[in-house]
Design a protein around this ligand. Structure first.
Ligand code: LLP
Length: 376
């Protein structure tokens, strides 16, 4: 927001990607700062509304919105639904008609660009399941413009996550700008809203530097600044990634040979799934200052019964004693939100540290709450 303000654009909407960190108390802080929400389910919309994010600042992405979710979104006056296919457009139009409302929509374009990212989180390439193929968008846009129950706002796109070099956005910006101009000049239709998605990277390694926001804002305005459109963005990780850590405790040090030693800690892949799923790196540091302790190489693993429950291999770390704490950095995004109860492990409590004070913002559940739904 600041970067755009510096360039004279005050009217942008930053809709936080709730999937990256969905605790209602965190959403409340963002709501107070004026953020909207990018949601992908009815559950996330319920969270955003509970956090007092105004409905008109909420946008709904995702390829498989159910009718029930569409009804919920329309009844609660969602700002915009990002439509990802033609059949979805038809269902939204039909549902809006049944409810006697108009549905504000935008078409999600698949701009067919390759983002340099972790395999598994690219989203803007032909063959990815996301968005409407670039060469079909104009036809779908024309069709949508004729539907009485549809209030057609514009276009949106998202090319993937962990983008460091803002230049990677350029090909997508170029294609979407051309598309927008064709829709206006050749099809004579209005486009009043462009949503550039999220995907701005955060440093997981200490040697990485985050993308430069001023460069990003400038690039966006080079392509869309003169088009008289409302600009929206859906950053997740860039906001939440480095706002959170995962703290865990050493259970055992296990030494099998001179060459191999592992630290078994009490966090596991069910708490932080990214290393197991994507081979993602999280920097791990001792919480206490152990600089005088001998440094060794360790595998750092959790208690879950899977070999992939390994956070790091051959990791250089000072020797710890049982009960010592370690912290996984950059765990604020896609950490708690991707956690599970695998191995019937309870969720980690969530603690908000704010202005020198801390508050528990999610309690650890009890086993009874976990089992309740299975009681017949
Ligand atoms: N908008 C859309 C339509 C998205 O699909 C996503 C992320 C975002 C915004 C926010 O992206 P961000 O700014 O956070 O990169 N679980 C993976 C990341 C999956 C991202 C999915 N979509 C991970 O842990 O790296």
């Amino acid at each position: 927001t600041e970067a755009f303000k510096n360039l004279g654009r005050e009217d942008i909407l930053t809709a936080f990607a709730v999937k990256s960190c969905s605790n209602i108390n965190v959403l409340k802080i963002l709501a107070d700062l004026g953020a909207g929400a990018d949601i992908v389910s009815e559950g996330e919309m319920r969270r955003a509304l509970k956090a007092n994010i105004p409905a008109e600042k909420i946008m709904f992405s995702g390829v498989g919105k159910s009718k029930q979710e569409i009804i919920y979104a329309l009844k609660h006056k969602i700002g915009v639904i990002n439509v990802e296919s033609e059949p979805e457009l038809e269902l939204i139009a039909k549902t809006a008609q049944e409810l006697n409302v108009t549905a504000p929509i935008s078409l999600r374009v698949n701009p067919d660009v390759v983002a340099k990212t972790l395999p598994g989180i690219s989203t803007g390439k032909k063959g990815d399941k996301f968005g409407i193929a670039l060469d079909l968008v104009r036809d779908v846009y024309k069709k949508a413009s004729k539907m009485a129950a549809i209030d057609l706002k514009g276009l949106d796109f998202h090319i993937g996550s962990q983008v460091f070099d803002v230049e990677e956005f350029r090909p997508a910006f170029e294609k979407v700008r051309k598309l927008l101009c064709d829709i206006r000049s050749e099809d004579g239709l209005a486009v009043t809203h462009i949503d550039c998605g999220g995907g701005l990277g955060v440093p997981y390694h200490p040697h990485e530097t985050p993308p430069n926001m001023q460069d990003y804002a400038k690039l966006v305005l080079d392509y869309f600044g003169d088009l008289e459109v409302k600009l929206a963005f859906e950053p997740g990780r860039f906001i939440s990634g480095n706002a959170g850590i995962l703290v865990s405790k050493l259970l055992y040090e296990k030494q099998d040979s001179d060459e191999w030693c592992c630290l078994i800690i009490d966090a596991a892949m069910n708490d932080l799934a990214r290393p197991a799923i994507y081979g993602a790196y999280h920097h791990i540091v001792p919480v206490q200052d152990n600089t005088t302790k001998p440094i060794k190489k360790y595998d750092i693993v959790g208690p879950v019964c899977e070999s992939t429950d390994t956070f790091a291999k051959n990791y250089t770390f000072p020797q710890l004693g049982q009960g010592d704490l370690v912290a996984f950095l950059t765990a604020g995004a896609y950490g708690a939100t991707m956690s599970s109860h695998y191995n019937t492990r309870l969720d980690a409590p969530e603690v908000l540290v704010e202005k020198g004070a801390f508050h528990i913002i999610k309690r650890r559940p009890t086993y009874d709450t976990l089992f309740e739904l299975e009681m017949i």
